[in-house]
Design a protein around this ligand. Structure first.
Ligand code: SF4
Length: 333
């Protein structure tokens, strides 16, 4: 049972770990194509430091870990990280969110190391549009990555898609038809105000209601009753077992059931994606004056204090909302 309980009674069991802020794509809704304000490499947690913090989290009841980025597969030690998390006593369930570009090479070794589930980002099926959206001509690598993930036995293989008005919002139905044909689980995610360029606009965002309405012109969608702390509202399709997820982060927030806490690649913990405050774990793990036991105690206290100070929700719909300075690419999904 997790001991990471906030003042609203939310029990935190899920740690999202950003392994790097670097990425092999330049998705327009995430970072400008010429973005270069990367975190200093010296500030990034080493493999040992990362495992120390993760062990502390697991000791306090975290039983799910999602590895994210930037792009997590850019970490040269990614297979080692997965294996060492999987070797922790009472290991947490392990998943990853990736752009899939390097999966064709890494899916099998990641599964051997203990990875079980994966989410792959794909916002279009069209090669030219992919190039426009990501400034890279690499859609074929994503498709090869999806195949490799399935062949390696990752299950489920989920596809995350972000729709933008006038850009790819005409692809909701083709994306779902493709996912159904491929046996993949698709989730649409509302675009959130966390881009590195600060260019997010509510008008350009395609809302959960709009996505539902568009899909309902072709599919009969029936709500899946059980949701729990899952960000996605799931809907059965045409009365069958296949389902589609819609994540209304902005317009249908799910903060009341949030069970997530986050670790950034430079060793900061955040109670929420939209936190304006962070707790410095890197300073603890690198404090040469502390014994290992003292470090464990200090990390436990830091996790507890971070969760205790958690706000009820993201506040995006409040007139006082301020977009955090740290972009999504340096926080992780
Ligand atoms: S916005 Fe923050 S509080 Fe809300 S679900 Fe996401 S991480 Fe949790």
């Amino acid at each position: 049972m997790s001991s990471l309980i906030d003042t609203y009674g939310r029990v935190h069991r899920d740690l999202r770990v950003s392994l790097t802020d670097r990425c092999s794509l330049r998705c327009t809704y995430c970072m400008p194509h010429d973005f270069a304000a990367w975190l200093p490499s010296a500030d990034l947690l080493t493999t040992d430091e990362l495992i120390d913090v993760i062990e502390s989290a697991v000791a306090q009841g975290i039983d799910e870990i999602r590895l994210t980025g930037g792009e997590p597969l850019l970490r040269p030690d990614i297979v080692e990280i997965v294996a060492r998390i999987n070797a922790i006593a009472n290991p947490p369930k392990l998943s990853m969110t990736t752009n899939g570009l390097a999966l064709a090479q890494l899916a099998a070794p990641l599964v051997d190391a203990g990875l079980s589930r994966i989410n792959i980002s794909l916002d279009t099926l069209d090669r030219e549009r992919f190039k426009k959206l990501t400034f890279r001509d690499r859609i074929h690598d994503v498709f090869a990555g999806i195949d490799a993930a399935r062949n390696a036995g990752l299950k489920p293989v989920k596809i995350n898609s972000v729709l933008m008005r006038g850009v790819n919002d005409d692809e909701a139905i083709p994306l779902l038809q493709w996912a159904l044909a491929e046996g993949l689980s698709l989730r649409f995610i509302e675009q959130m105000p966390l881009d590195a360029g600060g260019a997010w606009s509510r008008d350009a965002m395609v809302t959960a209601d709009e996505i539902f309405a568009q899909l309902s012109t072709v599919f009969t969608l029936t709500p899946v009753e059980v949701r729990g702390s899952s960000p996605a509202e799931e809907f059965y399709i045409n009365g069958g077992l296949a389902s589609v997820g819609i994540i209304g982060s902005v317009t249908r927030p799910f903060c009341a059931a949030c069970d997530r806490v986050r670790l950034t690649s430079d060793g900061q913990i955040r109670a929420c994606l939209f936190s304006m405050v962070e707790t410095d774990m890197r300073a603890i793990v690198r404090n040469a004056e502390l014994t290992s036991e003292q470090k464990r105690e200090a990390m436990a206290k830091a996790f507890q204090a971070t969760v205790k100070a958690k706000l009820p929700g993201h506040g995006i719909n409040d007139p006082t909302f301020i977009q955090p300075t740290r972009p999504m690419s340096a926080i992780g999904g």
